[in-house]
Design a protein around this ligand. Sequence first.
Ligand code: SAH
Length: 347
Amino acid sequence: MTENIYGLFASEIGENFVRIGVEKFRASQVADWMYKRGVYDFNQMSNLSAGLRTKLRGNFSIDFPEEQTAKQSADGKTLKSLLRFDDGEAVETVLMRQPYGNSVCVSSQVGCAMGCKFCASTLAGLERNLTGGEMLAQVQHAQKKLPEGQRVSSVVIMGGGEPLANLDEVLRFMRLCHEPSILDMGYRSFTVSTCGLVPGIRRLQEAGLPVTLSISLHAPNDEIRSRLMPINRKYPMAELMGAAYEYALVTKRRVTYEYAMINNVNDSPEHARELANLLRGKLAAVNLIPLNPVPESGLERSTPERIERFEEMLKVRRITVTVRREMGADIDAACGQLRNSHQKGGF
Ligand code: SAH
């Protein structure tokens, strides 16, 4: 059995090399090939001798996922890929090219255990956690799709899975991206999105990385939220909002609140008032997302009029609000839909 070294820091690769009698400095050469040049085959590493390449091949592997399928939106700005790992599991990753930069939406788990009613990623439950390296591979895969000279400038951990249910690997992932010899990205370029795992929010805060926290709120009160999101029965809104406010205060970073607009469920003027009261005076911004309907859920997208009215009511109450521009709705960009359609043999 060879050991995978993709997703290890150069120092860790060095430790592995020393164990089999290879000089430590070779690790930074190999890391450079993998992380800077995107080469995942020891045979192509031309500054290593043939003997050394053979030795490395005998002991180590470089596991990089394969692109199983990819879809581009009609406007060319969104590219959604299904990446398959060696064990056959696949996750979605989305590259979004915007005027202000290139953003990647990364999956943190295969499937999801959270059971949110509107979400396609959770329909079949949780398969397994992803490793930090498997998340890094998603960013590197996106990076390779960009034209020469362009870089991935931000990462949102909003793909399949619940990042705070896999926090150790998510932290490792962000540290890998931050490492100068890997992607050299600033922590401020990261957003971690959660359905509301309160202990995880506290742990993220304690980790002390200046990353943005995003809360998937989707409801202005416990009654509606518990119906849409089972996690709310464990950590009700008072606790969740308390942890989120504290995160904002300690990190001095604005927390964003995701709010999927679901027709006649959470989108009335009364709901807008309730939401405004909840967030008034807080370091907060609301992102309204017209629901991407998942057929299995029976939930529908709010009408444009209801979305506009809701937005207006928040604005009047001085809540920072944006309606998320829909990117890639034509390519099953709604969470988990590409993976699901592929599993069903669709696409
Ligand atoms: N588990 C994390 C991250 C993944 S979900 C979380 O809950 O935040 C990423 C975002 O997409 C969340 O805000 C989620 O609620 C939202 N989302 C999921 N399914 C959706 C759908 N069908 N339409 C619109 N937004 C959806």
